[in-house]
Design a binder for this molecule. Sequence first.
Ligand SMILES: [Fe+2]
Length: 305
Amino acid sequence: MTNITLDNITQAVINHGDGGQSHPRLYEIYTSLVTHLHTFVREVNLTEQELQLGRDFLNRASHYTQEIPSGEIHMLTDLLGISELVELLHDINRGTATESNLEGPLYVPDAPKRQMGDRLGVDQAGDRLLLSGYVLDLNGQPIPDALIEVWQSNSQGLYDLQDPSQPQGNFRGCFRTKADGKYEFETVVPQGYNVPASGPSGEVLRLLGRHTWRAAHIHFKLSAAGYSPLITQIFIDGDSHIDSDTTFSVKSAIVKLQKHERPEELFAHNQNKPFYTTEFNFVLQPTASETSRVEHLTLLKQAGG
Ligand SMILES: [Fe+2]
């Protein structure tokens, strides 16, 4: 095409191909992305210097660093609210089932298998937390043989992957419910943490006056035969960043902690210092998916069941 102008360049880019005949969905996404990017460039009247800054930013964000071994692109989508927006778009038909949430970059498959009531981490530092609840269906009936994978930061806000002083698998675990659908384990009250901010994403956040804190939370991944898998997070009420989590992922799954410090409470729970308790029930949606059933049976087999 010749005679490219401000008026025809966007359509020229969109038309430069087979019009989506080969890959309709890709073409749909591409067309919309090009349209919005061109609109953005016009709207802010982007200069050549600013465009080069943007190129350099994306180039640096995609590089591997020690702080973020996979590069910053995943984190960038979290920080821009895009990851949570995608969650929200596809979690609208859950009804009374538990809300889904971001998996985040620190999930590790094959978490240590643990028995109900076990301690999740070896650290003695921090406030102890006894977390319990049930895995239920939409009718409030318990779901047996559900697998619950848990991962969280320690009392210093660090995951095992980020902290050489923690043993591998610390504050991670995989539990399996029995007939009553109940789960319970002992852990520490997680602390909020800063997302890695030494790279280009952190630079931009600082220039925008944005902080890098995530509110304290615990990650969960649940699966059960006949139910849709659930990835979610629960947040600790009262955390100083509960209203301003930098990934915009705090929704309604917020738990209040109850403190116990009377001698008879310590004795009853076999604790030697004040501790906290809280409860959270997970509600799973049924699925007719054969794939989900087979995947769960594979996980059960790996878990020794
Ligand atoms: Fe996390």
